[in-house]
Design a protein around this ligand. Structure first.
Ligand code: 2AM
Ligand code: CA
Length: 263
């Protein structure tokens, strides 16, 4: 498979679907929101976008299966699978905020080979294909070269339904607030990850995330020269609901700090 070619096609598909999300963002009626579970919101925009994406991605790689947040297709492919979040940042979306993005990853035998994150607010498309590096709107991107946590800007997400590790998480934030440049909580994990990939953030961590929130962004971080892992430092970060990402220079210091609270 020509990963680079597939990646270009996925960028076009995401950009097209992004036009629909932008239109709806500007005229969204919040009475149309449905609740899937505690603080778990969805709207017709998530579902319509997913249908548009699934239709185009099915044509692009007919043998691929799907893991998609809204479950419009659920069949697993033997070799290839798409992991799709049609709208990451739903809480931002329903409050009229950005960032809001589309996140699409293609896996081959369980390894990501293409990742696309299209952030609609700033019209920024981040993408990577295996072995070809990472890009933002056509320009090559790299993780930052900050060497220590005290010089780092750290992204995170607050727990929103699984409060099991809330005290440990608050302790980790208290430490990071005092010992870094600062922290940001922008409301879209896929966007957090690509901000690490392009060096705006130096590090990111969050627990309780789903595969579609992180699969594409984590791959883009790796192709941009960064590192990703779960809280143990191992590689169960897509399905394991724990995510640490950073540039390669601060990664170890950051992971050991996160680990000391959350492991
Ligand atoms: P979603 O918008 O696709 O649901 C941010 O912390 C991450 O957690 C986002 O990627 C977001 O993905 C997910 N999330 C799910 N429910 C959330 C909520 N109520 N508040 C914030 N983030 C939520
Ligand atoms: Ca979503």
């Amino acid at each position: 498979m020509d990963y680079n070619k597939i990646c270009r096609e996925v960028v076009a598909i995401a950009t097209e679907a992004g036009k629909y999300i932008r239109q709806e963002h500007d005229s969204f009626d919040s009475s149309k929101v449905e609740t899937k579970g505690k603080n778990d919101f969805v709207s017709y925009v998530d579902k319509t976008t997913e249908k548009m994406l699934v239709e185009k991605l099915s044509q692009l790689v007919p043998e691929a299966g799907f893991i998609a947040e809204e479950g419009t297709r659920k069949d697993k492919g033997e070799v290839y699978n798409w992991i799709v979040d049609p709208l990451d940042g739903t809480t931002n979306f329903i409050h009229g905020l950005y960032p809001v993005c589309i996140s699409i990853a293609l896996q081959e035998n369980g390894k990501t080979v293409v990742g696309v994150v299209y952030e609609i607010g700033l019209n920024e498309c981040f993408y990577a294909s295996k072995g070809n590096g990472a890009f933002l709107n056509g320009k090559s991107i790299k993780v930052s070269d900050k060497q220590t946590l005290k010089d780092s800007l750290v992204g995170t997400g607050f727990p929103y339904s699984d409060y099991g590790k809330l005290n440990e998480f608050m302790s980790s934030m208290s430490d990071l607030m005092k010992n870094t440049h600062g922290m940001r909580r922008i409301g879209s994990a896929a966007t957090d990850l690509v901000y690490v990939a392009c060096g705006r953030f130096d590090a990111f961590y969050e627990y309780g995330l789903s595969p579609w929130d992180v699969a594409a962004g984590a791959f883009i971080v790796e192709e941009a020269g960064g590192k990703v892992s779960d809280f143990k430092g191992e590689d169960n970060y897509i399905f394991g609901k724990e995510m640490v990402a950073a540039n390669n220079l601060v990664f170890n210091e950051f992971l050991s700090r996160v680990k000391s609270y959350l492991q």
